[in-house]
Ligand binder design. Structure first.
Ligand code: SF4
Length: 511
């Protein structure tokens, strides 16, 4: 049963945080935010589960009460939500409204988390944290001077994070710190280049990629525009060169050998210098990888590539629209090793439709045999802009399973391969409310991945849909400049996008 939850507010406050917390408990539910002054509540459909949050002025001049009600509309809805009955659940917290808004927000989240946790008998691995960067919180605690044990205890007590996840955050924060120690956070930058084409569009894709067959005739034009943008970025940066370069997408190896050579020549001639610490090209889809393309990559200072299986189960690959075989993954990986690549990443997704422990185990066995240098484990996120979300009903019969046990299995595989975690982030609607973790062997971590998550260095983006993040004041302010996502628009609006970047970059350089 699909549950619809209507969240009623009596004012505009903390809606996003509360929405995210309810989503963390019930990722599959449709949650709508409404305001009591917007429309009459009687208009609600009778079967809707209703959640109300409102503030009542107290008798003391500065005290208010925040009340939280959850009212399952039917016994069936209560059962789906994991609640014992369909009576209203109510909780209230007295709060001092003079206090800092963040303190107030944390009180409200705590109230809701405690209530839902008691009612559903569930504890979430990351407690009431709804943000995507728990490692940043851990780094902040360490910077404040807390010892490891104090930082762990704080995370557990304040945000209800499990001991295991707090330890994961601590381990990751420490490795990140060591990896970023020599990065030029003030004057340096990283460069991201997007190639938005793929041989077919995966069911869960949220990257705005385009099918190559439809756009084949325009890929040269895309490269023309992209090169213009890259040259303007170089000029705007007054000749400064980046610490890391990341060509992603889409799948960059969807381009032909000649196109790849052309792009890499421009990038290398314009941006590569002694300051470069890492140069990644995603070769994600095995059905785009050929020996010849790998040879092209080897002619340039590309030192890290990604060959991404997501799963090693053919049935799942077919189901999620990957349109390639398990055998092609093995062949592409072997070809990359033969070509001399010594830093190959593999991406996996857990929680794919129809996959449980048995299927994940099979995938991990294959990964152990291939022995990549780093492994990025994603928990499937049901994003709105994906075909998977669109066809959610059709896949309702399939499970979207993720569990502590599955996360442990992936961690054990990474450990067996000599890897430790080096970056971590969370998403909305993530399967099992877990996290995405990057594991790597010593010397094989991807600096760019950490930089993009922890916002420690400016990232300049080029290509359709690429995001530029200008970091000011030691990461406390981030100015964003977004390129248009629509491919056709990207081809025609380059001057406007360059102009927007010009202003942002000038502020950054003069900052
Ligand atoms: S390979 Fe990646 S970018 Fe391409 S369609 Fe699949 S998920 Fe999207």
């Amino acid at each position: 049963m699909h549950v619809r939850i209507t969240l009623w507010f009596d004012r505009h406050v903390f809606e996003y945080d509360i929405y995210s917390l309810l989503k963390a408990f019930w990722p599959g539910a449709d949650i709508t935010i409404r305001y009591t002054d917007e429309t009459e509540k009687e208009e609600q459909q009778a079967e809707e589960t209703v959640c109300e949050l409102y503030y009542a002025p107290g008798e003391e001049p500065y005290t208010e009460t925040v009340r939280f009600h959850l009212v399952p509309g039917s016994a069936e809805a209560a059962e789906t939500l994991g609640l014992s009955g369909c009576g209203a659940i109510t909780a209230a917290v007295e709060t001092d409204t003079r206090s800092d808004k963040i303190i107030l927000k944390n009180q409200v989240k705590e109230l809701i988390y405690r209530t839902l946790s008691e009612q559903t008998h569930r504890q979430l691995p990351w407690g009431d944290l709804t943000g995507i960067r728990p490692v940043k919180l851990m780094s902040g605690l360490l910077q404040e001077g807390k010892t490891d044990e104090e930082a762990l205890a704080f995370m557990q007590k304040t945000w209800f994070v499990s001991r295991k996840k707090a330890q994961l955050a601590l381990q990751t924060a420490k490795r990140e710190e060591a990896l970023l120690k020599d990065i030029r956070t003030e004057d340096g930058y990283s460069l991201y280049i997007g190639i938005p084409f793929c041989p077919s569009i995966c069911l869960y894709c949220s990257f705005g990629s385009h099918p190559l067959a439809v756009w084949k005739k325009k890929t040269d034009t895309y490269l023309d525009v992209l090169e213009t943008e890259l040259k303007s970025v170089y000029d705007l940066m007054e000749g400064r060169r980046p610490d890391t370069i990341y060509i992603g997408g889409g799948t960059p190896t969807s381009l032909t050998e000649a196109q790849l050579e052309r792009l890499l020549t421009t990038v290398t001639d314009t941006f590569v210098s002694d300051a470069l610490r890492e140069f990644t090209v995603e070769a994600g889809r095995p059905d785009t990888i050929t020996k010849e393309k790998l040879q092209v990559l080897r002619q340039f200072p590309v030192d890290r590539i990604s060959v991404n299986p997501q799963t090693m189960n053919q049935e799942t690959l077919d189901r999620i629209g990957r349109k390639h075989t398990v055998e092609e993954i093995r062949t592409a990986f072997a070809a990359a090793r033969d070509a001399g690549f010594t830093n190959i990443n593999m991406d996996l997704i857990v929680g794919l439709p129809g996959e449980g422990e048995k299927e994940v185990d099979r995938t991990l066995e294959e990964i152990r045999k291939l022995s990549p240098d780093s492994l990025t484990v994603h928990s499937l996120a049901l994003k709105r802009a994906t075909r998977l979300h669109l066809f959610r009903d059709a896949y309702e019969e399939e499970s979207f399973v993720n569990s502590e046990r599955i996360m442990d299995m992936t961690e054990a595989c990474a450990t067996d391969l000599g890897m430790t975690p080096y970056y971590l982030y969370r998403q909305k609607n993530i399967a099992g409310n877990f996290e995405n973790v990057g594991y790597a062997r010593e010397g094989k971590a991807c600096l760019y991945n950490i930089l993009i998550m922890e916002q420690r260095q400016t990232i300049l983006g080029a290509g359709s849909g690429a995001s530029t993040k200008l970091i000011h004041e030691n990461g406390t302010r981030v100015d964003r400049v977004e390129n248009v996502k629509d491919l056709q628009q990207y081809l025609t609006r380059i001057e406007e996008m360059t102009e927007r970047k010009r202003k942002g970059i000038a502020a950054f350089l003069n900052g």
